[in-house]
Design a binder for this molecule. Structure first.
Ligand SMILES: O=C(O)C(=O)C[C@]1(C(=O)O)C=C[C@@H](O)C=C1
Length: 361
């Protein structure tokens, strides 16, 4: 291309940037106006963050996309614009399972954008407590991994909590081996969270068969531990590599390339229907013959999809179980409400944990 061609293309980019900037500014002004309207309607107690509206905006962005940027990319950019607009309305504090550099932190930013204050906490129950106490506006906790199954601490905390699930985040998880070692042969110890070690078991067996594996509280913690120890390596994500300035010695070492972790967003509000929602309920039953069938039949009869059912011992009595059930749809929809009413009639106890928009990309 000639110099003239390059200059002409850059001139056009400059003009577009000007327009984009003006439009983003105008959009931010409208968000401020919305904040004033919300304050008039709801008073001080009003919640500026609207998960249903955000999901609708982002789904529309993906549906409109004609490339060349991917749907993920345009959604990410728009999420950041909305995040900045929301921060003008009311800055959010989001508690998550830390330390910094964990996948849960990545889930916070994927869901809320980077204009929130993300607060790392050491344990899942602390996140529930901080949000319940109003010290954080929302909490983000892992709930299940596509290769390793559920995060039982999160399910157990949901039993006694008065928080609602207001959203979900699905994150493709890529594990990297982070270390200052210049070669795999120098690595004498691998540190990570037990789940991440398990998710890379085959790779570790093949490449580092006789190297000691040590499970610690989180991937971020593992990265922090090994940053001054060249003979050690951590398994963690890109965020931890950047945060602790640890080079990626081997990338994408997970055994299952479609490894995804699902996170829940916890809050105090109830979220209106968007047309693509999920409802999570907790059901306890007395273990009688045919009970599980009676519990599931209402959903099958009504054609409501059950996307997940997970059982946990209730800890009230031996062989008494809590079931965590995810139904497609929103509790405001008649067909979902009717299924829940029928399940409730069979159950010893039923609690609606939340109806919330399905994760957007
Ligand atoms: O529509 C609203 O309620 C807004 O506050 C605007 C906006 C946005 O930027 O689009 C910002 C924050 C909300 O969480 C949802 C959407």
């Amino acid at each position: 291309m000639t110099d003239d061609g390059l200059k002409a293309a850059r001139d056009r980019i400059d003009r577009l940037d000007e327009q984009l900037q003006a439009l983003i500014g105008e959009r931010a002004g409208l968000a401020q106006e919305i904040a004033r309207i919300k304050a008039d309607i709801d008073g001080e107690a009003g919640d500026c963050y609207r998960p249903a509206r955000e999901a609708e905006v982002l789904r529309a962005v993906a549906a409109r996309n004609r490339g060349p940027l991917s749907d993920e990319t345009v959604v990410r950019l728009m999420r950041e614009v909305m995040s900045a607009c929301l921060a003008l309305e009311s800055p959010l504090k989001v508690a998550y399972l830390g330390p910094e550099g964990t996948y849960t932190q990545a889930a916070v930013y994927k869901h809320f954008g980077h204009s929130v204050t993300a607060v790392p906490l050491a344990a899942i129950d602390e996140i529930f407590r901080e949000v319940e106490a109003g010290n954080a506006d929302y909490g983000v906790v892992p709930v299940e991994n596509s290769t390793e199954g559920v995060v039982s601490h999160t399910l157990d905390q949901l039993v006694g909590s008065r928080l609602s699930i207001v959203g979900e985040v699905a994150l493709a998880v890529h594990h990297h081996l982070l270390s200052h070692a210049s070669d795999l042969s120098e690595v004498k110890r691998v540190v990570s969270h037990a789940q991440s070690l398990a998710q890379c078991r085959k790779w570790l067996d093949a490449k580092l068969p006789s190297v000691m594996r040590e499970a610690v509280a989180s991937n971020g913690e593992a990265a922090r531990m090994v940053r001054d120890e060249p003979a050690a390596a951590a398994i963690a994500g890109r965020a931890a590599s950047e945060l602790y300035e640890l080079p990626i010695l081997c990338a994408n070492i997970e055994d299952e390339p479609n490894n995804t972790t699902r996170f829940l967003v916890l809050g105090q509000q109830s979220v209106p229907a968007t047309g693509e929602d999920m409802t999570s309920i907790l059901v306890s039953i007395h273990n009688r013959p045919g009970m599980l069938h009676r519990l599931l039949a209402p959903a099958a009869d009504a054609g409501v999809d059950l996307s997940r059912i997970e059982s946990r011992p209730s800890r009230r009595q031996a062989w008494d179980y809590n079931f965590f059930i995810d139904l497609e749809g929103h509790v405001a929809e008649d067909r979902v409400r009717q299924v829940i009413d029928r399940i409730e009639a069979e159950a010893a106890h039923l609690k609606i944990l939340g109806s919330y928009p399905r994760a957007v990309l």
